[in-house]
Each structure stands twice: as C-alpha cells, then as structure tokens.
Design a protein around this ligand. Structure first.
Ligand SMILES: [Fe+2]
Length: 312
C-alpha cells in the first residue's frame, strides 16, 4: 500500500483518484485543502480543559445538525455545533470536487472530533485504536457499500501516527475463512438466517434498538474484532508507518485499509458511505472480495438498499 501525497489542490487538470483509493491506498494532503479557521481549531483544542467533561469522541450528525458526546448545558454547545457544521460542510464541498462520481450517490454519515491523546488509552480490546483493524459500524450497516473517512490533524505540534498493513484483498484472503466467513455466508440462504433478518426488521420498525444486518455486515463487524484479538496477525502482518503532520488531511476507505492509530491528539473526521456502484471498479469492494472467497452472496436479494439521503 502507499501513502499518496497530493501537494497541489486544486490540480491543474481533473484527476480521478478513485482507482488509487479503491486499491487500498491513503491520499495525503500535507496542507489541508479546504478552509477551516484557526480560531475554530483553537476552540476545539481548548474543550479538553472543560472540567474533564469529555470522556469520548464528540460526534456531529449533519442530517440533524446535532452534536452528541458533550454536555448540552455547558454554554459552549452553540459554538461547538457551529464549528462541527463548518468542518463537515467544508469537507463535503472539497470531497464533491475531488470525487464527483462518488458524490452523485454517497450518503453523508457522522463527523467527529477526537480530543483524547491516543497513546496509552485504557480501552477494552474492541474499542482500542492501536490494534490494526478494518472499520464496521454496529449501528449503521452498509449493505455492501464502503466507509470513506476524511481526517484532519488540528494539533498545533503533534503528528498523528498510524500503522497500516496490506489492503483488505490480501488480509481477507489470508484470514477471512479462519474468521468464519463460510459459516456466516451459509446463513444468507438459510431459513433461519432469513427469519432472523425479518424479525430484526420488524423490531427495528417498532423502534426497538435492533439492527437488521446482512451476512456481509455481520461478517465485517466480527472481522473488526477478530483482527484485534488475533495476536499472530497483530505481530506478524507487514506494517507501514505514517506520521500525519499538524495541519494535514488524509483520507482512506477504512474498511479496505486495515489501520491503527498509536499516538496523536485533536483530530477531526468526516465519514461518507460510498455506493458500491459508484466505484471505478466495484469488484474491489470488500463485499465482492468476500463473495469471491466464499462463493456465496452476502447481501440477500431481499435486503433493501440504504437510502441515498443523509443519515438519520
Ligand atoms: Fe478504525
């Protein structure tokens, strides 16, 4: 895999970076290629000192213009929401210029601010960021679409240090069968699997916190933790290190690029769900790779495609 550096933005001629991204590379902009004012960055950095109120990420839901993970009565909420909206909108505009083909069908997901130093965090294994993993969202299955994330390091002096490994195509080829892919795939055409999905859909429709998941989403959620708990994989996989400097922005399909973060503080992030059909080559989607390995469909024909509207 490669960290592909892009110094000039906008480029003199349009460039289609989809093939490089879909091959499992990271696009890296040493200078953040969209406006985000220094005073907004300062406000976010200073939130760390708000009486220890921050325990986790601050999330922003663009569709609802809503911030979670920060006390609503802090007196800072209006400004915080304004800044998260400002970041989200700047990223969306930049990404629509960089990837017009994706933008035609993408679904805008959450943004987040990560205020906590990543080094020596005391987290349970499945939440640890320093173990190499592929992303999957427990509450928001993608049904075979992809997770594209844009990150910005707003720390004034510290780099944000990542370690990645070979792209999903190679890692899945080596580990997916051992992780139980065939067993999960077998449920895609079983009566019990169909019944489980139907009942989950009914309960979800009644407002209960049950998420109907395709076999693909079940596998990806499982694989996330399987890789984190696999000491042999963590120790022996090839490792590619990259330290993202202050003021830089980078982006990757975080389900295609196994990654970990080892140190760094004050990162912003915006997630997009990219429709598989808008890829330069949909055969490179994780779901297509897994279906080739197990020889079975992982998205049942009855699974409704997610809406192309922003996340609710
Ligand atoms: Fe991740």
């Amino acid at each position: 895999m490669e960290f592909i550096r892009i110094d000039a933005w906008p480029p003199p001629e349009p460039v289609d970076y989809r093939p490089q991204l879909e091959a499992g590379n990271v696009l890296f902009f040493p200078k953040t290629p969209f406006p985000f004012p220094e005073e907004s960055q300062q406000f976010l950095r200073q939130l760390n000192f708000a009486g220890g109120a921050i325990h986790k990420n601050i999330a922003y839901r663009p569709a609802q213009d809503k911030v979670t993970g920060f006390p609503a009565d802090s007196g800072k909420m209006d400004r915080l929401r304004y800044i998260m909206r400002e970041y989200s909108q700047a990223v969306v505009q930049f990404m629509a210029e960089l990837f017009p083909q994706y933008a035609a069908a993408w679904k805008l997901d959450y943004a987040s601010f990560r205020p906590v130093e990543e080094e020596n965090r005391n987290l349970p294994v499945n939440k640890r960021n320093d173990l190499i993993h592929t992303d999957a969202f427990p509450s928001r299955p993608t049904n075979g679409d992809l997770i594209l994330r844009v990150f910005t390091n707003i720390h004034p002096v510290k780099t944000r240090n990542w370690i990645t490994t070979d792209p999903f195509r190679l890692i899945a080829g080596q580990y997916a069968t051992g992780a139980g892919l065939r067993e999960i795939a077998a449920s895609s055409d079983s009566v019990s699997g169909w019944m489980r999905r139907q009942s989950a859909r009914v309960l979800h429709g009644l407002g209960l916190p049950v998420v109907p998941r395709s076999p693909y989403d079940r596998f990806m959620l499982h694989f996330h933790e399987y890789l984190k708990r696999n000491a042999g994989f963590q120790q022996n996989c090839p490792k590619y290190r990259f330290n993202f400097p202050p003021g830089s922005t980078w982006l990757a399909f975080t389900d295609l690029v196994p990654h970990s973060v080892h140190s760094g503080q004050h990162a912003l992030e915006q997630t997009f769900i990219i429709a598989r059909q808008s890829m330069a080559d949909p055969a490179n989607a994780p779901v297509a790779i897994l279906e080739r390995i197990c020889g079975k469909p992982l998205i049942p024909a009855s699974t409704p495609k997610p809406s192309r509207h922003p996340a609710a």
